[in-house]
Design a protein around this ligand. Structure first.
Ligand code: CA
Ligand code: CA
Ligand code: CA
Ligand code: CA
Length: 361
């Protein structure tokens, strides 16, 4: 989730003059997930209803999706229970899929972890509180605390859980194969753990980074100028960003491939394509988030901010839905009108809806 840089305003309404037919590609299925690549375990078979998703994450052979009601949907390989979301399946704010374990950040700042726990990757260290981001790696886990420190647990054979000092000022973390990477508030990236092929050697200049994503053996990082920097294992072309290296707003790193989201809502993927994981879906438009698993890829189709009933427009019914919940102070979901995700429905949410009023109609 934290690898999002900008919420691209996706306005893909297309008026087709011929026969007066009006098509609205992105809003056909607002909040639906597209998945492609390796599907031997059903990791690309998104469960119905494929609707109202707000975030996605690709794991080894499974996938996670966060719904607007803050529940988690999991599909694909479940051999280690990585798709068995623990009860209560509610109040999730963020998700991250590891190789065969899964993690979710709860609204109370705690982390839920489930699936393979062979090396303690699901044992969240106490106190399990004050977390603001989660990232699941191959068999280790990272949690970012509100104070900017990082907690790491699970597989530590390569020191991927030994957060370098000073353990402070982190604003985002990403767990890779046998290594970890963190973005600092000054725009630099720190990486630690397995470095046999340079996956921890952040290229110079190590500055101006705004987001990062660690894969099995490579890392992608987004600069403030919307270009992507890639390093580590590149034998499958996963570090060779296709030109033009510009306009990226989000990146996701998979096993041996990379997925990037452009500001225009299109997806670019590069690297290993043995299972078609780099064949971006068609139509390639309207996406607001990307995910990458070991050999599969995910794309999330957006909706207009304020489209509370997910029908592709922002109109009176959406406004009425927000006003019915106006004044809620905690526990509100997107569907209730909590557009900024802070749990309440107040003036800022109303203002955002009104700013988009009439779009899609
Ligand atoms: Ca609507
Ligand atoms: Ca409507
Ligand atoms: Ca709110
Ligand atoms: Ca608020």
């Amino acid at each position: 989730m934290r690898s999002r840089l900008v919420l691209p305003t996706i306005c893909t309404c297309v008026l087709v003059g011929l026969f007066g037919v009006r098509t609205v590609p992105a809003q056909d299925d607002p909040g639906s997930v597209r998945a492609w690549g390796w599907n031997a375990h059903g990791q690309c078979t998104v469960p119905e209803p494929n609707f109202s998703f707000t975030a996605i994450s690709g794991g080894g052979q499974h996938s996670l999706g966060l719904k607007s009601d803050r529940s988690v949907v999991a599909w694909g390989d479940n051999a280690s229970g990585q798709c068995n979301v623990p009860a209560p399946n509610a109040d999730f704010l963020a998700i991250s899929a590891g190789y065969d374990h899964s993690m979710g950040l709860k609204a109370d700042g705690s982390i839920a972890a489930w699936g393979s726990n062979t090396i303690g990757q699901c044992n969240v260290p106490a106190p399990n509180e004050d977390f603001v981001q989660v990232s699941a790696g191959f068999s280790h886990s990272l949690g970012l605390k509100a104070d900017g420190s990082v907690v790491a647990w699970g597989w530590n054979s390569f020191g991927q859980c030994n957060v370098p000092n000073p353990n402070a000022d982190f604003v985002a973390v990403s767990a890779g194969g046998g290594f970890s990477a963190g973005l600092k508030s000054d725009g630099s990236i720190v990486a630690w753990g397995w470095n046999d092929l340079g996956q921890c050697d952040v290229p110079e200049p190590n500055t101006d980074f705004v987001a990062l994503a660690a894969g099995s053996g490579h890392t992608l990082a987004l600069r403030s100028d919307h270009s992507v920097v890639a390093w580590g294992i590149g034998t499958d072309g996963q570090c060779t960003v296709p030109p033009p290296n510009a306009d990226f707003v989000m990146v996701a790193a998979g096993g041996s491939h990379s997925v990037g989201l452009k500001a225009d809502g299109s997806i670019v993927a590069w690297g290993a394509n043995t299972n078609g994981q780099c064949n971006a879906p068609s139509p390639n438009t309207g996406f607001v988030a990307v995910g990458a698993g070991a050999s599969h890829s995910l794309g999330l189709l957006g909706c207009i901010p304020g489209d509370l009933d997910w029908d592709g427009d922002v109109d009176l019914s959406d406004l009425a839905q927000l006003l019915a919940n106006y004044g809620t102070t905690a526990g509100a979901t997107y569907d209730d009108g909590d557009l900024d995700g802070d749990g309440d429905v107040d003036l800022s949410d109303l203002a955002e809806l009104l700013a988009h009023y009439g779009e899609g109609a």
